[in-house]
Design a protein around this ligand. Structure first.
Ligand code: PCA
Length: 218
């Protein structure tokens, strides 16, 4: 009998950008690399914070690992909670240069692609489970227009028409990043890692998302 291959969950994080020396997204996902969650093998890959390099690195990681579930993680400095992204939009509009100095303005992520893709993660169930675990969480209606939104869009474009589910989670700064920025929220690495673990477990277990209001008026 052929041995059944262990199924894989792919996590991605980014390298530091915008003058930071650390990116909590890579710090967090690298801690989960090699672990087993709900019988699945967790693999973590680092993506460069560049418009040119990140999509290529993501597509290569998808080919290499053939995952059943993909969570891309990025830093959203200034946000206070684990931020479960609902929608990726087909536009790049960079407020700052990326790590290669590129600063696209109003270019499509995928030429002639749809305007947007929704996450295929059960974000309402993940939100509920994070809060039940005492971890600050929110539904976010925008992943911005920088490299994270681009990666989220490229991910959903690549997964469209497959049974592989995926989405994007933004996370706050680490405490060490905000020492010189009084009033800026942060979340410690242990809590972020525990939160990601909850996200993965809930996503693997939940086929049909819950219907709980988490909308916004602005
Ligand atoms: N955050 C950026 C890109 C890399 C990261 O960690 C963003 O939100 O677009």
């Amino acid at each position: 009998m052929k041995a059944r291959q262990t199924r894989t969950v792919l996590l991605t994080g980014f390298d530091p950008f915008g003058g930071d020396t650390v990116n909590p997204s890579w710090e967090a996902v690298s801690r989960l690399h090699g672990k087993s969650i709900a019988g699945r093998q967790i693999v973590a890959e680092e993506l460069p914070t560049t418009f040119d390099g990140a999509p290529k690195a993501l597509r290569a990681a998808l080919r290499r690992h053939a995952p059943e579930l993909v969570l891309c993680i990025g830093q959203a400095g200034g946000r206070a909670s684990m931020s479960l992204e609902r929608v990726a939009i087909n536009v790049n509009d960079a407020r700052i240069p990326d790590n290669a100095g590129a600063q696209p303005i109003d270019t499509p992520v995928v030429r002639r692609g749809p305007a947007a893709y929704f996450t295929t993660l059960p974000i309402k169930a993940m939100h509920a489970d994070l809060r039940a675990a005492g971890i600050p969480a929110e539904i976010s209606q925008t992943a911005g227009t920088f490299v994270c939104n681009q990666v989220f869009y490229v991910l959903m474009h690549a997964l469209a028409g497959t049974r592989i589910r995926g989405g994007f989670v933004h996370i706050p700064f680490l405490p060490q990043q905000v020492e010189a920025m009084p009033g800026t929220p942060s979340l410690d690495l242990d809590t972020i890692v525990a939160g990601l673990q909850v996200c993965i477990e809930t996503a693997l277990r939940t086929r049909r998302d819950l219907r709980i209001g988490a909308g916004a008026t602005h």
